[in-house]
Design a protein around this ligand. Structure first.
Ligand code: SF4
Length: 411
């Protein structure tokens, strides 16, 4: 049995630290160039160097996305960027474009290369092609079923990576021109405006301005929507199929999302590896995944044809919890220095979560500013001191159930 790696997105340095704290074996990040996800707070060279030190100190891996498809005029810039990256000794580059692969191989022949899902690898012959071109690992196309993943595994020695959690596109593994056409923002440059989730109407050409609704049910149409992928219940099958790396999607997601999702997959993976025969899915894992912002979950194409329903009846985001703060330090007198991310009040019911599926409920109390003065309301971006349950640690996260009753003013 292989021991698969848990690969987690890190949109910035803060999320990278959270990913490591909450159980990632490896993290993938974007640099300042060629990494898609144009809006993410991508890593500068100095930040990449720090990220490399942090991951190395903890025995983890750092991968850098260079997965844009390059135009002819961009090759010299990639070569210069590779020069700058070389001293950082990043563990692997993630590429899609055969041209970018060729340039990396020419400039850094020993660099480990992973092939991105954008390259749409769907069979072992394609995997072998990439292996001969110098690729060490492929992220298989999301369109493959479990049976097909197993078949590719049997027919290639290449490392295999699959997505286990996160957003999906209706486009073929992310290849889509809808956003470019309607907004000028290219999905293939990481700037998708998600027009597949907008509302659409029908117009007859001689009746401009008359919009006929397209309705699948009372809420409209979801003809181009996709659900979110969630394979926590199927990790054993993927491990038995010989997958080497289990990847979580979402370099644009919040720090809270990274923490909550990573700790669930860490717990599930550890439980299975400790004793595959007695492994059972803990309902708490599924509950936890429901507490992050997500569209309804689905198993994508894993069990095709029975479950190849990417188009779903309702694909709106569901968000039941607000991320309200992160513990930056525990003080000597047992209080916590909390960096607030959402407003909360003394008397509100909060939940504290930490690595290893640690959870505790509390009533927010004993709130003060750093000068020791009482705080009536914790504001976003403020740093406050507050009491927390025993066992709270630096890096723990505070969240609040949406629509939980607010305390009476002055209570
Ligand atoms: S418009 Fe939708 S399908 Fe196309 S890339 Fe964006 S999210 Fe994916």
């Amino acid at each position: 049995m292989t021991t698969p790696e848990l690969l987690v997105p890190a949109g910035d340095m803060e999320k990278l630290e959270v990913a490591l704290d909450y159980g990632a074996d490896a993290v993938y990040v974007g640099g300042s160039q060629f990494g898609l996800r144009a809006m993410a707070a991508n890593f500068s060279l100095e930040q990449l160097s720090r990220a490399r030190d942090l991951t190395r100190a903890r025995g983890k891996k750092l991968y850098l996305t260079l997965n844009a498809y390059l135009r002819p005029g961009e090759i010299p810039a990639l070569e210069s960027y590779l020069e700058e990256l070389r001293p950082l000794e990043i563990d692997a580059y993630i590429v899609s474009d055969p041209g970018a692969l060729h340039v990396v191989r020419q400039n850094d022949p020993l660099m480990e290369i992973h092939l991105s899902t954008q390259a749409n690898t769907t069979n072992a012959q394609a995997a072998e092609f990439w292996r001969q071109a110098g690729v060490r690992r492929v992220n298989l196309a999301r369109e493959l079923s479990l049976e097909e993943i197993g078949r590719v595994r049997r027919e290639t020695s290449l490392e295999l990576e699959v997505f286990v959690h996160g957003a999906m596109c209706v486009a073929y593994s992310g290849r889509c021109l809808l956003s470019s056409a309607l907004t000028g923002r290219s999905a293939n440059a990481g700037a998708c405006a998600h027009p597949c989730r907008w509302g659409y109407a029908l117009v007859e050409e001689t009746r401009p301005g008359q919009y006929f609704p397209i309705e699948e049910d009372s809420r409209g149409t979801y003809v181009m929507n996709s659900r979110d992928l969630c394979l926590v219940q199927h990790l054993p099958a993927l491990i038995q199929a010989g997958v080497d790396s289990l990847k979580i999607e979402g370099r644009m997601k919040t720090l809270y999302y990274v923490a909550a999702v990573t700790r669930v997959y860490r717990a599930a993976l550890d439980r299975y590896l400790a004793d595959p025969h007695t492994y059972m899915v803990d309902p708490a894992w599924v509950e936890e995944l429901d507490k992050v912002s997500h569209r309804p979950y689905d198993t994508g194409f894993l069990f095709e044809p029975e479950d190849a329903v990417v188009h779903a009846a309702d694909s709106r985001y569901q968000r039941t919890y607000d991320f309200v703060g992160i513990v930056r330090e525990m003080t000597e007198d047992g209080r916590a220095l909390v960096e607030c991310r959402n407003r909360f009040f003394p008397g509100e019911k909060l939940e504290l979560i930490g690595p290893g599926m640690r959870n505790a409920f509390l009533i927010a109390e004993d709130l003060s500013n750093l000068d020791g003065n009482p705080v009536e309301v914790a504001q976003p971006n403020a740093r406050i001191l507050m009491g927390l349950p025993d066992g709270a640690r630096k890096g723990d996260i505070l969240r609040r159930e949406k629509n939980s009753p607010m305390p009476e003013p002055g209570a």
